[in-house]
Design a protein around this ligand. Structure first.
Ligand code: GLY
Length: 322
């Protein structure tokens, strides 16, 4: 048995580990852990308490994958519900589809009686409002919200600085390997922007025959590389979990143009091994590891620099202290 979750998984990791220790199925344990994070307003990049988009609206993304059936459930730009991870899982359980977004996703969530919530907390609203008051030009404010937003995307929060997303990767006592993700995505993102968290193959992938991978950070990079699927494919081709993650990092060296920022790749194999690499990370990137006994331990990720990235204060950092 093994559990790997990123630093954002702090409030969920013990529950997931205890459930796995008691024989729970990996997906049940992952969902339970992620639900705690989604409901915790102190986790600023997942669920309630996360950062809103440019319009000040909360749009949440989540996914699950069962590596034994290769079924997935993913939800994108979901508004108004507390537990996107459970809505994602319900897609897997109740629909012949794998991925719902926007209005259709919300419709489905209502249909299954998912718990509703106003995920924009007072503090996130205050920080967004300060940004709006301070940074948005007067003529844009006058036309708001019927105004071009593209130029404002430069204010989007660097996801790794913003500490975005939670990812869980686990193998249970029966050997099943599963993944789960949940995020509010980039703060100040263009409305409708999906990162990699709900995109199976980019932000997560699980296959009980080989292992699993899941990513945090700039989803734009892992979408372009199909990172999570590649890590598992490299393991299928015979690479160790460490070599597989390094090869996926090498894939990123081919990226030209677009957003080049920070990504952390988390991976496990089916023999209890794991690897976590922080690409372009600040060097203080941590993750939780549980290896079948005791409590989860906080571990340092291996830093690898593939290019220099711009480091800048996030809107949250700039306005939170004022
Ligand atoms: N990795 C999360 C995102 O890009 O939104």
């Amino acid at each position: 048995m093994i559990l790997v979750t990123n630093n954002e998984g702090t409030v969920g990791a013990p529950t997931t580990a205890h459930m796995l220790a008691e024989g729970a199925q990996a997906l049940d344990a992952i969902e339970a852990g992620i639900r705690l994070i989604e409901a915790d307003p102190s986790v600023r990049t997942v669920g309630r308490g996360g950062w809103p988009n440019l319009l000040g609206e909360m749009e949440l993304d989540a996914s699950v994958m069962d590596g034994t059936t290769l079924r997935t459930g993913a939800i994108g730009a979901l508004q108004g519900f507390l537990h996107p991870v459970s809505v994602a899982r319900a897609i897997m359980q109740h629909l012949p589809h794998e991925f719902l977004v926007g209005e259709g996703a919300a419709r489905f969530a209502r249909e299954i009686g998912a718990e509703t919530a106003d995920n924009l907390t007072e503090d996130s609203c205050r920080v967004w409002r300060k940004w709006f008051d301070t940074e948005v030009p007067a003529e844009v404010k006058r036309a708001w919200p019927d105004t071009p937003l593209a130029a404002l995307c430069r204010h989007a929060i660097d996801p790794e600085v913003g500490r975005d997303t939670t990812v869980f990767l686990a193998q249970d006592a029966a050997g099943d390997v599963c993944t789960g993700t949940s995020t509010s995505g980039w703060g100040w993102k263009y409305p409708g922007r999906l990162g990699d968290s709900p995109i199976i193959g980019a932000g997560s992938y699980a296959d009980t025959r080989y292992g699993a991978a899941a990513c945090t950070g700039a989803g734009e990079m892992t979408i372009r590389c199909g990172t999570a699927r590649c890590v598992v494919l490299y393991m299928k081709q015979g690479a160790s979990v460490g070599d597989a993650v390094h090869e996926a990092v090498n894939d990123m060296r081919a990226l030209k143009g677009g957003l080049i920022s920070r990504v952390t790749i988390h991976a496990i194999d089916t023999s209890g091994n794991h690897k976590v690499i922080a690409v372009n990370g600040a060097g203080d990137n941590k993750y939780w590891l549980w290896e079948g006994k005791g409590e989860p331990r906080l571990m340092p990720a291996e830093p690898v620099v593939i290019s220099s990235v711009e480091t800048r204060a996030t809107p949250a950092a700039r306005y939170a202290s004022r």
